[in-house]
Design a protein around this ligand. Structure first.
Ligand code: FAD
Ligand code: NAI
Length: 461
């Protein structure tokens, strides 16, 4: 038993960042994590492993499709799947060990085991009860499935199973054209799997800018991914080695089936609070199963909550920002997160990234806006590396020129978007961006050109 200023439950991006910041601010801090490694969903079965497989499969695509064009010839590459998985596992290990190192460096105690809250001010781990002036719940989320769909992580898998399949399937059905479905679908499509995405809505990646949704889906189709849109999956029937997905088309209620070796269920994630004992201690929940918070404070004084387990986008960087804000609030500083400027990135190739309002949201809110667009076809660097697909779209207030939203599909979109984030944090205008010198030749020149398109016009289109 020990006394702490802060105990954080969960060692994911929300929890570990909060712990490190608490320690940096002079608070005696512990972090409880039940997995064998730190880093949460993100480092173990989420962001990092998926990006490793995206990188490996993209490299294969480059070797197969673009090397010869550049005069790079020789034996064509083939896939050693075991090695690819080993590479992914090594990446995970390097990253999770890195957090362990950071804990030691910052003197954060890792309390190994599953934690619960027997009473406000107390955290139980195994048989030990520790005292804490503040408790931060950062217990994250888990994949949610559908009624009639039983996940076995072998034939019917969540993203966790999809990151460690024993072999590359011939046919994969992905249920849900959200971020996980399209990222993991891309991985397997590039590795030669016949991938069909079955989506309830008529558009991919709900919530994204409508124009991006259309062009993105068209691009993925060109890359060989199949889409069945407006289709509600009813159930999945399994044999020992295969599965049959039964869906209903929303337009005429007709039923159809599609076979697969592996079915990836990617229909969203839900907050994870099992075993914490929140109910008994009086922590209120929302009707969507999240912990209800006001500036990360729960209904019980001294208990805070952050990350996937609370409202807002289920993104690692949102969890991290909340982690820092809570640490600063506990230390008596002014913790702050600007929820209007949280970027979203899809790490397909090309990447898709967005921040701020979509055109649809501005229309619905009756905001007068202007649009500045620029195609990567007009960007010399992008064309040189076979990445001319895609565009930058800037939405700015018609009267004031203030940038309200930026949507990108193209090379390094996930990096370029931060140019927009910084601009928007400072309340900048399209003209501010357009008048900023951009190095040549860079992909970011396309962002400047889109900003120029909000004014007197771009140069290279
Ligand atoms: P988590 O990362 O889920 O961590 C919570 C931790 O708490 C877990 O390790 C869990 O074991 C532990 N825990 C729970 N209960 C207890 C308990 N009682 N006692 C002890 N420990 C407990 N987001 C992005 O921003 N970018 C991406 O590219 C991205 N890719 C993703 C890819 C996939 C396949 C998936 C599934 C998710 C991805 N995400 C991505 C989402 C991202 O992983 C989450 O938003 C992020 O991990 C949330 O952080 P968190 O700290 O709230 O929770
Ligand atoms: P999601 O919410 O992004 O997408 C789920 C999709 O499934 C939606 O398009 C929905 O319409 C569809 N769907 C729901 N029920 C269906 C049914 N019965 N039949 C057919 N389609 C159905 O959820 P996803 O992709 O599972 O991702 C979960 C979370 O993980 C997201 O919130 C995301 O933020 C996070 N994540 C982030 C990544 C990133 O930032 N690059 C990468 C991967 C995950």
């Amino acid at each position: 038993m020990a006394d702490y200023d802060v105990i954080i439950i969960g060692g994911g991006p929300g929890g570990y960042v909060c712990a490190i910041r608490c320690a940096q601010l002079g608070l005696k801090t512990a972090c409880v994590e039940g997995r064998d490694t730190l880093g949460g969903t993100c480092l173990n079965v989420g962001c990092i492993p998926s990006k490793a497989l995206l990188h490996a499969s993209h490299s294969l695509h480059e070797a197969q499709h673009n090397f010869a064009k550049m005069g790079l010839k020789g034996k064509t590459q083939s896939v050693d799947w075991k090695q690819m998985i080993a590479y992914k596992d090594e990446v995970i290990e390097g990253n999770t060990k890195g957090i362990e190192f950071l804990f030691k460096k910052n003197k954060v105690d890792w309390l190994k085991g599953w934690g619960s809250i027997p009473a406000a001010g107390q955290v139980k781990v195994g048989d030990e009860v520790h005292n804490a002036k503040h408790i931060v719940v950062a217990s994250g989320s888990e994949a949610s499935s559908l009624p009639g769909v039983e996940v076995d992580e072998k034939i019917v898998v969540t993203s966790t199973g999809a990151l460690s399949l024993p072999k590359i399937p011939k046919k994969m059905v992905v249920i849900g054209a959200g971020v996980i479905g399209l990222e993991m679908g891309s991985v397997y499509a590039r590795l030669g799997t016949e991938v069909t995405v079955v989506e309830f809505l008529d558009v991919v990646t709900p919530g994204m800018d409508g124009e991006i949704q259309k062009v993105f889906q068209r691009t993925l189709k060109k890359q060989g991914m199949n889409f069945i849109m407006g289709a509600a999956v009813q159930k999945v029937d399994k044999t020992k080695t295969k599965a049959k997905v039964i869906y209903k088309l929303r337009k005429d209620d007709s039923e159809a089936t599609i076979d697969a070796d592996v079915v990836l269920v990617a229909t969203g994630r839900r907050p994870f609070v099992d075993g914490l004992g929140l109910d008994a201690v009086g922590v209120k929940m929302t009707d969507r199963g999240q912990i209800a918070t006001d500036h990360w404070k729960t209904s019980v004084p001294g208990i805070w909550a952050i990350g996937d387990v609370v409202e807002g986008p289920m993104l690692a960087h949102k969890a991290e920002d909340e982690g820092m804000a809570v640490a600063e609030s506990i230390a008596g500083q002014a913790g702050h997160v600007n929820y209007d400027v949280i970027p979203g990135v899809i790490y397909t190739s090309p990447e898709v990234a967005s921040v701020g309002k979509t055109e649809e949201e501005l229309k619905a809110a009756g905001v007068a806006y202007k649009v500045g667009k620029f195609s990567f076809m007009g960007n010399g660097r992008a064309k040189a590396v076979f990445m001319g697909d895609g565009f930058v779209k800037i939405l700015a207030d018609k009267a004031t020129d203030r940038v309200l939203g930026v949507h990108l599909m193209g090379p390094a979109a996930g990096e370029l978007i931060h140019e927009a984030c910084v601009l928007m944090e400072f309340g900048g205008s399209a003209e501010d961006l357009a008048r900023t010198c951009h190095a040549h030749p860079t992909f970011s020149e396309a962002v400047r050109e889109a900003a120029l398109a909000c004014g007197d016009g771009p140069i290279h289109s």
